[in-house]
Design a protein around this ligand. Structure first.
Ligand code: CAA
Length: 291
């Protein structure tokens, strides 16, 4: 199974990063979204991030030009069905992902591999609603995609070896490292990372420390590149909450209960950087804690 073209569904934070690295690695990329504005914004973001890579000497101007030329955008989902590998990276909600796969099925080539960049939802359950559970798996990138070296590969119960190996080869061609996770709620990275973030929110909620002292403690005391609350804003508080709910529902253990303060921020629409407010307010020159 040789993969030449990749269809990325969803042009948000993750989708634009995935399209970026795939185009640089030499794949023909079709980026799909239901919104033209989101597609335009994604293209501009990719260009900006590639310019940054050129200015740091990570890639050449020519590589950037060729990669940008390999990328097309489309609002027609059926166009994605003609690619060799589909990576769904829409909103982290199971009903949305299922509806996308359902709509895509009639236009799929017989041997197209379907994957989801879900950060927590059951691959086996998503696969079971398609016509090809053996050619379906989890392909989970980390944010920011151009920088983070890891891709988690998750086999559903029916995923066959050829599919797994084809995806593993793609990860290697991206110059990234894959780690294999079994299909249990939130896989490996988020099973460990997001409860840590949730605990940081409890630490704030219970008044043990301020936003600044919690983030400073983990940056300087545990050598994390970002403090947990800064990282939560970066990931998106809605995504963090969705992952905690998947862990709580899927593992039925109270240790995964989402902190009420996290829920409150999400209910306020303060979702982190993408809405300019979360644990920090990003509307000014420098981020300012919101509590
Ligand atoms: N595209 C391209 N390059 C980028 C980039 C982007 N979007 N963002 C940063 N970079 C590059 C910079 O150009 C810079 O390159 P050089 O090393 O060549 O100079 C490098 O990355 C470092 O960037 P900065 O100097 O701007 O900033 P920094 O040193 O503070 O690093 C960071 C930024 C890489 C984001 C760092 O803070 C970090 O690693 N944070 C933690 C990120 C993390 O934990 N991600 C995982 C989240 S969990 C997840 O994604 C899974 C999920 O499902 C929720």
């Amino acid at each position: 199974m040789t993969i030449k073209s990749v269809g990325v569904i969803g042009a948000g934070q993750m989708g634009n990063g995935i399209a970026h690295v795939m185009a640089l690695a030499g794949y023909d990329v079709l980026l799909n979204d239901i919104s033209q504005a989101a597609l335009d914004k994604a293209r501009a973001t990719i260009e900006k991030n590639m310019v940054r890579q050129v200015s740091r000497g990570a890639i050449s101007e020519d590589e950037m030009k060729t990669a940008m030329g390999r990328m097309t955008t489309s609002m027609t989902l059926s166009d994605v069905g003609q690619t060799d590998l589909v990576i769904e990276s829409a909103t982290e909600r199971e009903s949305i992902k299922q509806a996308i796969f359902e709509d895509l099925l009639p236009s799929l080539k017989p041997n197209t591999i379907l994957t989801s960049n879900t950060s927590s939802i059951s691959i086996t359950r998503l696969a079971s609603r398609t016509d090809r559970p053996e050619r379906f798996m989890g392909f989970h990138f980390m944010n920011p995609v151009p920088v983070m070296k890891l891709v988690e590969l998750i086999r559903g119960i029916a995923t066959d070896e050829a599919t797994f190996n084809a995806c593993k080869e793609v990860v290697a061609r991206l110059g990234k490292t894959s780690a294999t996770a079994e299909d249990f709620p939130a896989f490996i990275v988020n099973r460990i990372l997001v409860p840590m973030i949730n605990e940081a929110v409890y630490t704030l909620y219970e008044g043990v420390g301020s936003i600044e002292s919690i983030d400073t403690s983990m940056k300087l005391g545990a050598a994390h590149p970002m403090g947990p609350l800064e990282l939560a804003d970066f990931i998106g508080l809605d995504t963090c909450l969705a992952i905690m709910n998947v862990l709580h529902d899927g593992l039925a253990d109270t240790k995964y209960r989402p902190c009420p303060l996290l829920t409150k921020y999400v209910e306020a629409g303060w979702l982190g950087r993408k809405t300019q407010r979360g644990f920090y307010d990003y509307r000014g020159e420098v981020p300012v804690p919101t509590r």
